[in-house]
Design a protein around this ligand. Structure first.
Ligand code: 4AD
Ligand code: MG
Length: 429
């Protein structure tokens, strides 16, 4: 019976065959332990010399790391095994012998591992991170489907920018200029007017000369946009969504969290509602803590971390000054120096995982912003149309997938949370 490691539990005490790679091995005179992986999981194969015979035992002992195999054996329950099972091996067929696999069980430097990212993905830790990433994506679709959202795909090649012009990737679009999307938001606003509640999930690009543990050049964003929803309602949706993700990973990725030695107690605390602090109060708090920051300045990583450390859950920082936020944010009804927006800061120093706001819905005010920001009337005409024809209050937000995976999985640097990271100094592999 052919099966996979993930399915192996339904074949207890049966003989099965799995296609696998040899991740690692150790042996003594009479017994060999094969660490097998098949992409769906990891399992230990136990080879006993007296069971398979002298010749087969010697051959199995010689198999090199990452050789591909068909392994046949009897499935045995084993409480000590992370998967709960091990395989009593009865036979091994080598499909392809790997020679001198570069990533050995010893420690390697990060640059070396990044150069071999196409192989590094096979390792237990990287595998666990990608399974958690996949679970967050799956839970995202489940959450927004159950909330009645329609998935809409905004374009990647665009003729205008959503988040300012300083970090745009420029390309030619035949004879025109084009940019890789920084955010699908403006298109999602159009979609919300057509489908009410929508979300997107796709790659976004920022030509940022930042080399920090939180920045990627290409990253994936989830961008919900909701018609007839104000800022406060959007915050409630955000905290429910993030709680849902944390709960899904805890429920469905126990083995992966264990492989990563993630403190699950910290994740269990991630339950709505989340605390909120206004930008004004955050500045006062930071000043009291001895940080050099003035009202009107944007927060850097140390500021965000200091604020996050005051809470066990993610914290919303609300109502930033209008001058440090995007042109489309709606002013606060009582003061025009701050806008109806919030950044959600993850605990444990992982930084901003969500940026969101209520959007300007008034045509005259949006025109004023176009003028202040020198936005070309041509490129943004279609966006103004949304305020001309049945404008409604609406809000939305963007969650950065890689920062969220880093936080949930407890990974120091976002480069390990995307299969093939695009970094300031890296376009290979
Ligand atoms: O705060 P940002 O720039 O917001 C927007 O793009 C809005 N248009 C979203 C919206 O309202 N629809 O980006 C949103 C999130 C950030 O909170 C962060 O998690 C992530 O995207 N992000 C990055 N992640 C990795 N590398 C980068 N260079 C990132 N820049 C932003
Ligand atoms: Mg932001």
């Amino acid at each position: 019976m052919k099966t996979t490691i993930k399915q192996i539990g339904s074949h207890e005490n049966e003989e099965v065959t799995i296609g696998a790679w040899l991740a690692n091995k150790r042996s003594s005179g009479k017994i060999a332990f094969l660490q097998l992986r098949d992409g769906t999981g990891f399992i230990q194969g136990v080879v006993v010399k007296s069971d398979v015979g002298e010749e087969a035992f010697q051959q199995i002992k010689e198999i090199s790391q990452e050789s591909s195999l068909y392994v046949t054996g009897v499935v045995k329950a084993d409480d000590r095994a992370p998967s709960g099972y091990e395989l009593g091996v009865t036979g091994v067929e080598v499909i392809h012998e790997a020679v001198d696999y570069p990533i050995t069980p010893k420690e390697h430097g990060t640059e070396f591992l990044m150069d071999h990212r196409h192989l590094w993905l096979r390792s237990k830790k990287q595998h666990a991170v990608m399974v958690i990433r996949n679970e967050i994506i799956r839970a995202t679709y489940e959450f927004f489907n159950q909330e009645g959202f329609v998935k809409i795909d905004p374009p990647i090649l665009t003729g205008s920018s959503a988040e300012g012009t300083t970090n745009l990737f420029h390309t030619k679009y035949f004879d025109e200029d084009a940019y890789l999307s920084q955010s699908g938001q403006l298109y999602m606003e159009a979609a919300a007017m057509a489908f009410n509640k929508v979300f997107s999930f796709g790659p976004t690009f920022r030509a940022e000369k930042s080399k920090t543990r939180r920045h990627l050049i290409e990253f994936w964003m989830i961008e919900p946009e909701m018609a007839f929803m104000d800022h406060e309602e959007s915050l409630e949706l955000q905290e429910q969504y993030v709680s849902f993700i944390a709960e899904a990973v805890l429920a469905n990725c126990a083995q992966e969290l264990e492989a990563l030695e993630r403190d699950t107690g910290a994740l269990e605390k991630i339950q709505a509602p989340f605390p909120r602090i206004s930008y004004d109060d955050a500045v006062a708090f930071l000043q009291k803590e001895g940080h050099e920051i003035e009202w009107g300045e944007d927060f850097g990583a140390p500021h965000e971390t200091a604020i996050a450390e005051a809470y066990e859950k993610p914290v919303f920082i609300t109502n930033y000054p209008k001058d440090i936020k995007a042109f489309y944010m709606k002013p606060h009804p009582d003061r025009d120096d701050v806008v109806l927006c919030a950044d959600l800061i993850a605990p444990e120093g992982y930084g901003e995982i969500i940026g969101g706001s209520q959007r300007i819905d008034d045509e005259a005010l949006l025109q004023q912003r176009y003028d202040e920001h020198n936005l070309s009337a041509d490129a943004y005409q279609w966006y103004m149309d949304l305020r001309k024809y049945g404008s409604v209050p609406h809000s939305g937000f963007g969650l950065g997938l890689e920062r969220t995976v880093a936080w949930i999985a407890g990974i120091e640097h976002v480069r390990e949370t995307i299969p093939f990271p695009r970094l300031l100094n890296r376009l290979y592999p």
